[in-house]
Design a binder for this molecule. Sequence first.
Ligand SMILES: Nc1ncnc2c1ncn2[C@@H]1O[C@H](COP(=O)(O)OP(=O)(O)OP(=O)(O)O)[C@@H](O)[C@H]1O
Length: 288
Amino acid sequence: MSALQGEWAASGDADDPTGGAKDDAILVVDGMRRVFGGLTAVDVDHLEVSRGKITALIGPNGAGKSTLFNLITGFDRPDSGTTVFDGRTLGRTRTHKIARLGLVRSFQLTRALSRLTVLENMLLAGQDQRGENILLGLLTFPWQAQEAELTERADALLQRFKLDHMRDQRAGTLSGGQRKLLDMARALMSDPKLVCLDEPMAGVNPALTQSLLGHVQALRDEGKTVIFVEHDIDVVMEISDWVVVMASGRVVAEGTPQTISRDHRVIEAYLGEALPPEVDHEAGEAQP
Ligand SMILES: Nc1ncnc2c1ncn2[C@@H]1O[C@H](COP(=O)(O)OP(=O)(O)OP(=O)(O)O)[C@@H](O)[C@H]1O
């Protein structure tokens, strides 16, 4: 554990109340704990996510962000704890059923998926989220009935994400930025209510980052809820309605981007010296 993680973990919610109730929570996580060997990867007492908002999940490497995504979306099982999505306790609900209820997560393109075309990737994602190995086996037969409808949806999304010209190319030929667009487009195939995006902007050039940000905002504007993991604090500040900070598996702070950006632990971790002191214009003085 780094010194920073230690400080975060130790300070807990002393200054920043966490686990507060939201007016209209689409997701409620309670007592969620996941231990790998001796390591507690996730230990979240209570977390609520507002419907129709963009919530950023930030924290140092190893804070438990991806593990929490996996637990929420059913790709991993907690040692204890519950997730209530849209009023329904998910319990041991399987991933594809969770996806059908409207809760999905994005995945980066794997080697196996790289060999499929862009369209096939979309069709697989539309089928369900059972896991690519099972789905790859199913690719050729049992879902012709659905295929026309799925293809129509896939084509509309590919157009929206400006990937239509790559439709029949192998996904492995896409550039890094195009892969990010495909990750997002795939997650939307089941028309989710809540989409969990894992580092949707990581490693792409500034122009494409703006385009991806626009896509995330468009999702919110059409009523979807977005939770995204992101390391780039500028991105977080630009589009989030709410920010949840994790460290050592725990939620250690949450608040508006403005509140969180003033948290000295966040500043140390993400902004370093780059953040100028806040100026109180009335007093004409820099605030600590
Ligand atoms: N399947 C696993 N087996 C063992 N340890 C794991 C497993 N998955 C995650 N961990 C550990 O759990 C902790 C949390 O990992 P996780 O990937 O959730 O963090 P993260 O916040 O997403 O990190 P990053 O920002 O680097 O992706 C880490 O210490 C990681 O090594």
